[in-house]
Design a binder for this molecule. Structure first.
Ligand code: BES
Ligand code: ZN
Ligand code: ZN
Length: 491
């Protein structure tokens, strides 16, 4: 599917997506649809609610011409997220009608600048078009091939093209992340994840180093190795570097992604239903790989290093067990009370590594860490634990731009007490209550004094069904927010 900024004549396309606000009553509307809109507005068939669609079919000399009226709701209530969702619905309708060349008429908005309007339209349509169909023999190709954006003011054409170029890179990075998450665990295990990261690095322009078991042992990443040792698939430490601001090499944003290519729960085994989607337990890794892709391809003037400690959490005679006391790269000891709380054990070593060996100035970790975050915030909002208000503000700004919702959870000292052990420095679970907070704070014990954000994406990295521009399966959560956060750092 390709996008162009071009004012085509109606004879040159099959379908037109015509946006209408709730309050539009026909005055500023083109003659082509004016009388129809006026009649429709008086009926309850089309009100112009956000995402509402009404299809008009007309016969011209040689073909049928489709106009999809697309409601955008009340003008002052319009958001970029509303645009994404509305246009994802319009694209689905165009596919249903098997349209191939469609035009999209641009609309005016005082609230949302032309760049953001274009980006939201593109995201809605391209991400809404995504389907993981790699393993389906009889693939159904999308009918929509070209989309022409019409009615861009002359003075806005350059800005619009710039926005298209940027959002093209950003959405393809999100799709890379979705593909990684959707790949099953029999195909994508640590070695394969590392290979894919390498390939994406080559294509988008960041450097990738992959360390195997010997190097991980040499580094003393004991906690990571304990989780990995139950699997016949060996662990990989994936390090990705992008230095786009050579003069400020001391200022590096560190990203850490949870990279469990499968989480059976280990001896604290999961029930089957909970296990099926555990191929997605590397959603954090996918997010940081996707973010590296967009940051490097856009050549942002900033430095970012990302680390993924990738392994599988399995059962075998070699696996770690509830009751074990293990060590970590930082030298602190941990009493393992539940082998299903494995993500944090891999993350503490990854965080320690990125601070000690890659010398990053700030750390963001992303992880499908707790089922508790779904209970607390559902599948629309990422839970955040942080030690730094200013850094959280940066995340909030980036989240405004991406539309990916975040919410900070409290991190009072009382919660920290819950992860202290009687027989080791820490225990790996804090009890039934406040599971997302104690999991986050466990990682926080290893960030030294660096500004740190922990994003629990267990609810947002996976969607149970197609929903607006999110497709069933991996969502690519985090990629766009991390990109904007890195971009804001250079401005
Ligand atoms: N990978 C899971 C968390 C998860 C749950 C991700 C649901 C996506 C959807 C994690 O490793 C886990 O099993 N966490 C446990 C922690 C508990 C043992 C303290 C959980 O949430 O049940
Ligand atoms: Zn687990
Ligand atoms: Zn897990």
């Amino acid at each position: 599917m390709e996008f162009f900024i071009k004012d085509l004549n109606s004879a040159d396309y099959e379908g037109l997506i015509y946006p209408l606000f709730y309050e539009d009553n026909g005055e500023d509307i083109c003659d082509c649809v004016k009388s129809k809109v006026q009649k429709l507005k008086g009926s309850d068939k089309f009100k112009g609610e956000c995402g509402e669609i009404f299809c008009i079919v007309e016969e011209t000399e040689d073909k049928l011409q489709y106009t999809l009226l697309l409601g955008l709701g009340k003008k002052e209530e319009l958001t970029s997220e509303g645009i994404r969702i509305a246009y994802s619905k319009a694209l689905k309708k165009a596919k249903e009608l098997k349209l191939s060349m469609i035009a999209v008429k641009m609309f005016n908005s005082e609230k949302i600048c032309v760049k953001r309007r274009i980006k939201a339209i593109y995201e809605g349509m391209v991400l809404g078009d995504y389907k993981f169909d790699k393993y389906i023999s009889d693939k159904k190709e999308s009918s929509v091939k070209s989309i022409f954006i019409k009615a861009i003011k002359d003075e806005d054409v350059n800005k619009a093209q710039e926005a298209l170029d940027e959002i093209d890179i950003l959405t393809s990075s999100v799709i890379e992340a979705r593909n990684l998450v959707n790949e099953p665990a029999n195909i994508l295990y640590p070695k394969e994840l590392a290979k894919r990261a390498e390939k994406i690095g080559e294509e988008y322009g960041f450097e990738v180093d992959i360390y195997g078991k010997d190097k991980i042992e040499e580094l003393g990443m004991h906690s990571f190795l304990e989780v990995a040792k139950g699997s016949s698939k060996s662990p990989k430490l994936i390090v990705m570097r992008y230095i786009g601001d050579v003069e400020n090499k001391g200022d590096i944003l560190g990203l850490v992604g949870k990279g469990l290519t499968y989480d059976s729960g280990g001896y604290s085994i999961k029930p089957t239903d909970g296990m099926v989607m555990m191929k997605s337990d590397m959603g954090g890794a996918a997010a940081v790989i996707g973010a590296m892709a967009s940051i490097s391809k856009m050549k942002l003037k900033t430095n970012v290093i990302a680390v993924v400690a990738s392994c599988e959490n399995m059962i075998s005679e070699k696996a770690y067990k509830p009751g074990d006391i293990i060590s970590s790269m930082a030298g602190k000891t941990i009493e393992v009370l539940n082998t299903d709380a494995e993500g944090r054990l891999t993350l503490i070593d990854a965080v320690h590594y990125i601070i000690e060996k890659e010398h990053v100035s700030k750390v963001i970790d992303l992880a499908t860490l707790t089922g508790a975050v779904l209970v607390a915030l559902g599948d629309t909002t990422t839970g955040v634990v942080t030690n730094n208000k200013d850094f959280y503000k940066e995340l909030q700004n980036a989240s405004e731009l991406s539309g990916e919702k975040v919410w900070e959870l409290p991190s009072f000292d009382e919660y920290k007490k819950l992860i202290k052990s009687d027989i080791a420095d820490y225990k790996n679970i804090g009890g039934r209550n406040a599971g997302t907070i104690t999991a986050g704070l466990f990682i926080g014990e290893f960030v030294q004094n660096k500004p740190w954000l922990h994003l629990d994406i267990a609810g947002t990295a996976w969607s149970e069904k197609d929903n607006g521009y999110l497709s069933k399966g991996g969502t690519g959560a985090g990629v766009r927010t991390l990109y904007y956060l890195a971009k804001e750092r250079c401005e």
